[in-house]
Each structure stands twice: as C-alpha cells, then as structure tokens.
Design a protein around this ligand. Structure first.
Ligand SMILES: C[S@@+](CC[C@H](N)C(=O)[O-])C[C@H]1O[C@@H](n2cnc3c(N)ncnc32)[C@H](O)[C@@H]1O
Length: 268
C-alpha cells in the first residue's frame, strides 16, 4: 500500500468524512447550549480552527450566520467552496486562532475535538482566549472541548474508528508516540487508511498537542479573566447530563460565558 507522510489537514475531503460523518450530537448540543447559556439572541456563530467547516455548514443551513478561521488554506478553501455550492454567502478565513480579529462579534463560538491543544505554548493559549474574548460579545458563550490529562487514572492511549461515504472508506487510528510531562507536549501518531475499489492509500501524520489537567485549564481561564465557566459536559454532548470535572476526567466541554468586565478569580 502506498504511504504518504502528510498532514491529515491537507486532505479536507478525507478529513471531512472521518470527522464529519456523524456530527448530529455535536450540532444539537451547540444549539442547546446557545439556547440555555447565551444571554440574548444567538444568531452569529463562530468557530476558531474551523477546518472544513463540517459543523458550520450545517449551522448555516439552519439559518445561523457563520464564520470561522483556520490556519490550513486547503481546509478553508474546501469549507468556502461548500458554502458557495449551497448558496450560503458566509465565509471563513485563513488565520491563526491566537492572532485574529472578528467584526461583528459572535454570539456563540465553539471549538470542539481538541483543536485548542494545537496551541503549544501558554503564551499562544492566553492570546487565543483574549482574541476570543474580543470576538464574542458580552453575554455570549464559547464552547471549548478538550481531552484533559487525568491525574488519578491512566490516560487512554489508542483510538480507532471507521467511516464510509459511497465507495470511499477510511479507517483512522490514533496512538500516543510520546508524552513529556515537563513541556506538556504530547505527540500522537495518526493514520488514515483510505480505500476505494481502485486503490488503497495510507496517510501518516504526527500531531503535537499541549496537555492540560483540569487545574491547568482553570488557571489559564482565571488568568484571562474574561470567561466564566457556566457548565461542563463530556463528549457525549448530552445537555441533560452536565458533569463534575475532577482529577479522573478525560473529555470535557467547558461552557464559557463572556463577562462584560474581566473577573479576578482567586488563585487555584
Ligand atoms: C482537529 S481539526 C478540527 C477542525 C474543526 N474544528 C472540526 O471540528 O472538524 C484541527 C484544526 O485546527 C487547525 N489549526 C491548528 N492550529 C491552528 C491555529 N494556530 N490557528 C488556526 N487553526 C489552527 C488545523 O488546521 C485543523 O483544521
């Protein structure tokens, strides 16, 4: 089988199938959080690190005004082409989620499945939260979904799943290559095995993600001061089942509400 060492994000068609084939629960959850936690009207949605816009596209079709930013030009092009194809005028743009400006401000922003962890330094993470505070209006919300590093349970190490659209089938596997507790950088191997009736292709990549314990996340949010945690859920995206985050929690979606004035939280 042919193997290519390439970024999985340079293959938006494959990425979109792998991560976009089953996003109904995420979409429902975003809309439910908007109704429950956003103060005032929730009309404008924004996604930092939007990738192919697998979520934005469906939200636009439901009547929301959407926008997004992503570093990857191919993903942005894929997203904008799909919006155009469906007669949607909104656009996403190429940029860094820790250095961008947005106008007008969004009511609801979301960043699921660990994209935030692509920011590999404290400085970039803080810059992102500050950019997002400028991008979301007071009373608006930011749903931030990440895998935490549990401190009282061993973290999960491998994951594998399959997706199919017509004759195109993709099996994805993800595993841990290295964890460095000091730098908090984790290296994950990821591969797409792409199969059609005519060919088989393996795309192999490595993702470098910053790790967070719940405490590190709370400190970061406390430092920024613009965001208050108003809800916590897991990746089951069940609005009727908020979770208590503790030292064994692995996946969490923080529901953050943008404060009108920065809050000073006691040190954690
Ligand atoms: C796991 S994908 C998620 C894409 C999309 N949010 C989704 O849910 O399908 C992570 C995305 O983060 C983008 N990314 C990584 N670092 C970034 C940065 N500094 N600024 C903007 N986008 C970034 C990648 O290009 C990629 O599209």
């Amino acid at each position: 089988m042919e193997t290519r060492q390439q970024s999985i994000y340079d293959h938006p068609k494959y990425y979109d199938l792998v991560f976009g084939s089953d996003c109904a629960a995420e979409l429902r959850f975003i809309r439910q959080c908007a109704a429950m936690y956003c103060l005032g009207t929730a009309k404008r949605m924004f996604e930092p690190a939007c990738g192919t816009g697998r979520l934005l596209f469906h939200l636009a079709r439901k009547g929301f005004t959407v926008g997004g930013v992503d570093l990857n030009t191919q993903a942005v092009q894929f997203c904008n082409q799909r919006l155009t194809r469906h007669g949607i005028a909104d656009r996403v743009f190429v940029g860094d989620m820790s250095a961008f400006e947005l106008a007008p401000q969004a009511d609801v922003a979301f960043n699921t499945i660990n994209s935030f962890r692509h920011l590999t330094s404290e400085r970039a993470a803080r810059a992102h939260l500050n950019c997002m505070a400028a991008a979301v209006r007071p009373g608006g919300i930011y749903l931030l979904g990440i895998h935490l590093t549990p401190t009282t349970a061993p973290p999960s190490d491998t994951e594998s799943w399959a997706a199919r659209r017509g004759a195109l089938a993709i099996t994805t596997r993800m595993w841990t290559n290295a964890r460095d507790a000091k730098t908090r950088l984790e290296r994950f191997g990821i591969e797409f095995i792409v199969e059609t009736p005519k060919r088989q292709l393996r795309i192999a990549d490595e993702l470098v993600l910053r790790s967070y314990t719940d405490l590190q996340m709370q400190r970061l949010l406390g430092h920024c001061g613009h965001w208050q945690i108003v809800g916590t859920y897991d990746f089951a995206y069940d609005i009727t089942h908020p979770i208590e985050v503790d030292s064994s929690t692995e996946d969490v979606v923080y529901v953050l509400r943008r404060q009108a004035k920065p809050i000073r939280s006691p040190p954690v």
